[in-house]
Ligand binder design. Sequence first.
Ligand code: 3PG
Length: 328
Amino acid sequence: EPKEVAAAEAKSEAAKKLKIGLYFATWWALNVVFNIYNKKVLNAYPYPWLTSTLSLACGSLMMLISWATGIAETPKTDIEFWKTLFPVAVAHTIGHVAATVSMSKVAVSFTHIIKSGEPAFSVLVSRFLLGETFPVPVYLSLLPIIGGCALAAVTELNFNMIGFMGAMISNLAFVFRNIFSKRGMKGKSVSGMNYYACLSMLSLLILTPFAIAVEGPQMWAAGWQTAMSQIGPQFIWWVVAQSVFYHLYNQVSYMSLDQISPLTFSIGNTMKRISVIVSSIIIFHTPVQPVNALGAAIAILGTFLYSQFLLDDKEDTCIPLPTFLFPK
Ligand code: 3PG
């Protein structure tokens, strides 16, 4: 019988890997589509505070409809839940709007090269704010991450300070969001999908007054006229697409966060950025110098080294994705 038990275990392990693999592939594909439409919209209509708000509003509406019609089960939440969610929502709002502001100023690929340095921020925050220590190789892996991002930044042809800082602020905010949200999801009866739905709604409430204060309806209306006259009615569909796909990719990423450790999540996220960087360079004909691409490659390689060293240290129960995708 031990043989049968082992066979059954291997089978369920393989099924789990397949399921996670499907989540990841969906997450990346949805994210690429989001990034493309988001940039198309921002090019014609440079109001990142409004487009970020619309993404959250669209997701909130989709989930309210799903709950009302029974497509998704309405979560049972109490005041305690919303209180714990609040800091997550603040971090999500800041990270989201900062990344969108960044993408309104620089190439999508540049924002995502800087955002590939997110793991470095995670180590620094864990070290200096949570007092967690790591073995030396983990710290050393920060050198290629930071060095690669720096090289890519200084050789970027269309460098812009707001674009750079937006991506950096987004990195910092999302480290906090991931730490808080994994804690908040632990032992809770709310599923990943519903957790993200509640997060969208709370973030929408937080962001709306700021979006009105920073940009406001007058600018939005004038810009809308211009965009519609330049692009035509299909501009509306671009806005709808960026909003719907923003919600969907985040929903799928939270559904996979249910199944995996934060570490696996961040490896998956870095691989996602590679697909976004490559596809956006192709679609938007972004000019890249070889040394610029080298910087990005070093940063991304550093992120993989980082996750490998961290994995050795933590004996994390996560699936090390590189080995999962490229079996020995
Ligand atoms: C956003 O608009 O929130 C950013 O594009 C998000 O970036 P990420 O989900 O790829 O970290």
